[in-house]
Design a protein around this ligand. Structure first.
Ligand code: 9D3
Length: 253
């Protein structure tokens, strides 16, 4: 059951990215589903070089922290100018930084509700606090590991959000997504041949008994999750393939 089947008007999401490394964005977002979404006009994606918003002779975008300490901070003025320039229509401004809350499928789903996102990718030791306080609506990390900058996290976010936009995936794939967004890992899957290098496909999958197959898959998903991702079960003890709403609320899938 599609909750947001759209019939009439096509919704376009606009995403502006502010980065010191615009060249990193060439490639990943010009392929496959994201390319198709852009070509179809469902995603209007613009990459901006933060350095273009620096007005001094040396196009300075960073400086040393007051009070001392290691590394450099992004200066506030270029960010203020850039974000004022890009988000006249009250866009949702998201900082990508290791100190943000950790991005997940639920946050991605929430982000699809905005018409316009401005993603600000971090660098060095981070942002001047006034940027955080005055400009940011949210601050997101993609996980507890240290990258060299926020460009890859921005691309991860764009990829995740874009495939959720109405019309980007075919109907078939999106309904597949919904029925499997239950906060459990996938059950094991097999294709032909029925035997490969002495390894056989589980008999039950060849049986044609769809009720039994559904039960087997549910059990497999549960035991696999217990083994590999017990954290998913701990977060939400209500997870079952028959009860997808519960885990939507907690932002898993
Ligand atoms: C103060 C020590 N470092 C924080 C762990 C400073 C720092 C290191 C690397 C600050 C920024 C970065 C670059 N990373 C990002 O901008 C980033 C990031 C990441 O490194 N991991 C997961 N998600 C993200 S979102 C942006």
């Amino acid at each position: 059951m599609s909750r947001k089947r759209f019939v009439g008007t096509v919704l376009v999401m606009r995403i502006d990215v502010l980065t010191l490394f615009p060249a990193m964005f060439a490639g990943p977002l010009d392929e496959s589903i994201i390319k198709r979404a852009r070509d179809a006009g469902l995603l209007d994606l613009q990459i901006h070089n933060l350095r273009e918003y620096a007005h001094d002779r040396h196009k300075t975008v960073d400086d040393r922290p007051f009070g001392g300490g290691p590394g450099m901070l992004l200066k506030p003025e270029p960010l203020f100018e850039a974000i004022e320039d890009l988000s006249r229509d009250s866009a949702h401004v998201v900082l990508l930084s290791p100190s943000g809350r950790v991005f997940n499928q639920g946050i991605a789903r929430d982000l699809t509700q905005h018409k316009h996102l401005v993603l600000v990718t971090g660098h060095y030791e981070g942002f001047d606090e006034r940027v955080r306080a005055e400009l940011a609506d949210d601050e997101l990390s993609i996980g507890d590991y240290v990258l060299t900058n926020g460009a890859l996290p921005a691309m991860v976010l764009i990829d995740t959000v874009t495939r959720l936009l109405p019309g980007v995936l075919g109907d078939e794939k999106s309904s597949h997504d919904e029925s499997f967004s239950h906060g459990l890992l996938e059950y094991p899957q097999y294709t032909r041949p029925a035997e490969c290098r002495g390894m056989k496909v589980p008999e039950i999958l060849l049986s044609g008994n769809h009720a039994q197959i559904a039960r087997w898959r549910a059990e497999q998903a549960k035991s696999r999750t217990t083994e590999l991702r017990p954290d998913l079960l701990a977060e939400n003890s209500q997870n079952t393939p028959e009860n997808p709403e519960q885990c939507r609320a907690t932002g898993q899938s």
